[in-house]
Design a binder for this molecule. Sequence first.
Ligand SMILES: [Fe+2]
Length: 412
Amino acid sequence: MLQQSIESTTDRTWPQEGWTRVPFWVYTDPDIYQRELDTFFYGPSWNYVALECEVPEKGSYKRSWIGERQVVVVRGEEDQIHVWENRCAHRGARLCWKNKGKEESFTCPYHQWNFALDGALQGVPLKRGVLRKGGMPADFDNAQHSLKRLHVHVEGGSIWASFHEDPPSFEDYSGPEVMRNLQRQFPGKKLRLLGYNRQKIDSNWKLYFENLKDPYHATLLHSFLITFGLWRADTQSESIPSASGHSTMVSRNVGKKKSEAAAEITRFKEALELHDTDTVTPKPEFEDGKVIAITHFPSVIIHQQANTFGMRHVIPKGVDSFELAWTFFGYEDDDEEMTRLRVRHANLYGPAGFVAMEDGEVLSESQLGAHHYGHRAAVVEMGGKDVEAQDHMVTEVLIRAFYKHYREAMGL
Ligand SMILES: [Fe+2]
């Protein structure tokens, strides 16, 4: 029997097999979902919010999300980056109603309290009343009523924020393996924004992280990756779990070729040809020859595949739905040909991407399979039962390592 029965549909005891099982209630229970928001997104974590190149000048801003809370990322008076909650310090109304723009200050539409770029309250209309009546008490101190500011860290042009009063360092939170691969892709060169995609996927938000901790599905589900040699089980690869629920998947682009391993896989389509092979023909870029996907828990997946770079921002919308906001980018010093290839290869991804389209579909189907089956559990035994790094991709080790971390953090 593949799926173990758990006796009660309301029991939240983890199956006795441990991290080789994932009870389906983690995808369907609204109380668990609320605890996840508090524990991960609003807890001692670092969350991706924007790229520096999206807020290029003083006063440039972008609205973003951490969990279900909206924040605004602003470039301040002295070029530093501020991140504050998008809710007025007065009555809680949303201050900023646009996705992107440029302002000298922010005024709440409701009672017109005015805030500086760094979130400091600088003006309260009718503060002294009208005709000596009304107004704020004499001891009202603007300095006590700024917007809620978050801790900010900028890593090679990517912007991260934390709600926690005393968060760990970004380096400690990310761990050495993830830091090394982040700095490989974000070496401090200026970034260039290339475009956006957005989609809503009707599944629990964690299933998206699991999709990017599951190199094995990509060798079976995605005809485009297998057939054109962008991601295949028979290439030299690595699956590396890291601190805080993060992980790294490493592979190589090998081009279209039939091999024994590929021939076994039904989605290798020998007859499938492209009239224009540009989309599947990367130009070698990194000296190590690797393609890498980093899952930085709980907010983002960072991909480098062929010549596309993308931030896949995960924004939960309830227990059974999330928004996936894709930001495609390159380096400011890329030549015209490289920029063209980065944009061309972005066709693999996003809601209608030749590859990513299939993930949206299978994740929605997985959620339907979890719905009302909280008392059953998924099996994750591919590649063994342990949680250590492996030098291949035919494995679910990253999912097991993730649930080891998840159970500890959530006390489950
Ligand atoms: Fe996939």
